[in-house]
Each structure stands twice: as structure tokens, then as C-alpha cells.
Design a protein around this ligand. Structure first.
Ligand SMILES: [Zn+2]
Length: 262
């Protein structure tokens, strides 16, 4: 099986960026979509993601920050509750400035848990600001998995898939991410599905029990490129050997298999 760990990083405060920021990036949107959407809803797509994934019968992980520029994670309380009730997973999108300080990570985890009212076990650092000391800190704080590691910005190969156990923490390297596809890899909309196909082929050769970790940012769903998300789900769900899951479920499956091996 090729397991797709599907996730969305929520990088922007609930109100989205400033009007100036959005205006300067108007050409990222289809003009009609831009004109008919309220500015504060251009970057926020949690309800749309839920609706789409519900349609395909799949669930993903949403990584929330606790330190938003000019914003407050508390504004996401309703979204977080709705996601959890619907069986989506909430993970921590740790601030890049927190990664070297276990106290700061702890504060962020506790902040987010005050909204989820349950333990957070998955982590991803904003900007993938990973370092080799991080897994140990995360494990100590009760996290069970992380997905912040990427070796290159423009390659997809076996180093960027599967998982490894680092200091007793499961690490899922980031295989496919919207931003890297469109910038570092220079892939246009027509190239996205072929890139997913290619990645699956690499995965199948690599292992028949493989994990491919995908980030599709919350803010890109209405943008050119990002709007291909529905097509991606159509393609992935059409493959017989693909299972799409949230991080916690893949993590549980791996832990179970590892126990069997012992
Ligand atoms: Zn981020």
C-alpha cells in the first residue's frame, strides 16, 4: 500500500493577511473568484477542505500555529472544534523561533491543547525549520510524530518519503508540498497530476508499504495551482493501492507493524 499522509498547514490568522498583501497578490487568483470572495475568505479554506474531503470519504491533519502575525489562534476555536467533531486531526505548527527551546514548544502545545481539549501528538515546524535535536524534545513533550523534515527543495526521491524512527519519534519527511511544486520545481497546473503519478511510481518501487506525506496549505485552495486539489483527490482515490489518511492513523499503523515485527 501507498499511504498518503494528507495535511494542511494553517499559516495565516483566521482573518487572513492584510488587504494590501492580498491586493499585491491578486494575480494568484482567477479574477472572478477574487472579485466574488470576501477578502478575509480568500486565504481561509477550512470549510471548503472539509466539504471536499467529506465528499471523497477521507480525513486529513490540520496543523495550526499558536503564534500568528497580528492574529490569535483563539480565533480558530470554532474551526478547531468543528474539525475535531468531524474526525479530522489537529496538529501543532510550531513556530520556527521555538524549535531550540523545549519550554517554548511546550507552551505552544499547551496553548493549542487548551482549544482541542485533548492531547496533540503530531507536529510540523513552520517553514520546515527542522533540526536533529528536535525529535528528542518533541518526544519528551509527548508528541508521537513529526513531519518537518525535507532534504532538498526541488527533488522527489526515496529520501523524501516513507518514515524513520528518530529518538523514538516517528518522522515523516515531506514528500510533496504545493509551494515547492510551484516555485522550486517550476511545475504548472497541468503538471501537477503527472507529478503525483511520478511520485507514486517512485514510492511503489521504493516499498510496497510506503508513506507519501503531502502538504496542501490552507491558504492555496482558491489560488491558481492550489485549486487543483480536487483533481488530486480524484486521482489519488482512483488508485487501488492508495490509502489517504491523517497522520495519527498512519502513525498507529506503523506502531502496530513495528510491534508485530518484534
Ligand atoms: Zn507553515
Amino acid at each position: 500500500m501507498q499511504y498518503i499522509f494528507l495535511s494542511h498547514d494553517v499559516d495565516w490568522r483566521r482573518q487572513g493577511p492584510s488587504l494590501e498583501h492580498i491586493q499585491a497578490r491578486k494575480d494568484r487568483f482567477d479574477l472572478e473568484v477574487f472579485n466574488k470572495t470576501k477578502p478575509e475568505e480568500l486565504y481561509r479554506n477550512i470549510p471548503e477542505y472539509m466539504e471536499l474531503e467529506e465528499k471523497f470519504g477521507i480525513r486529513s491533519t490540520f496543523f495550526f500555529r499558536t503564534l500568528y502575525e497580528n492574529g490569535n489562534v483563539n480565533d480558530f476555536e470554532d474551526d478547531i472544534q468543528t474539525l475535531q467533531k468531524g474526525n479530522w486531526e489537529i496538529g501543532l505548527h510550531t513556530d520556527p523561533q521555538s524549535v531550540n527551546n523545549i519550554e517554548k514548544i511546550k507552551q505552544e502545545k499547551e496553548k493549542l491543547e487548551s482549544l482541542t481539549k485533548r492531547s496533540i501528538i503530531g507536529n510540523r515546524v513552520h517553514f520546515l525549520n527542522y533540526n536533529s535535536e528536535l525529535p528528542k524534545k518533541l518526544k519528551e513533550l509527548g508528541f508521537l510524530y513529526d513531519s518537518s523534515l525535507r532534504h532538498s527543495k526541488d527533488k522527489i526521491d526515496k529520501n523524501e518519503m516513507g518514515y524513520s524512527k528518530i529518538d523514538e519519534l516517528i518522522e515523516f519527511p515531506v514528500t510533496l508540498m504545493d509551494a515547492y511544486l510551484f516555485t522550486h520545481m517550476g511545475i504548472n497546473e497541468e503538471g501537477i497530476i503527472p507529478e503525483f503519478k511520478k511520485t507514486l511510481e517512485i514510492g511503489r518501487k521504493f516499498s510496497n508499504e510506503n508513506v507519501i506525506s503531502v502538504i496542501w496549505h490552507d491558504n492555496v485552495l482558491k489560488m491558481k495551482g492550489g485549486r487543483m486539489y480536487k483533481k488530486i483527490l480524484e486521482f489519488l482515490t482512483s488508485q487501488d493501492d492508495v490509502i489517504i489518511s491523517k497522520g495519527i492513523d498512519i502513525m498507529k499503523k506503523i506502531s502496530k507493524n513495528e510491534n508485530i515485527d518484534k
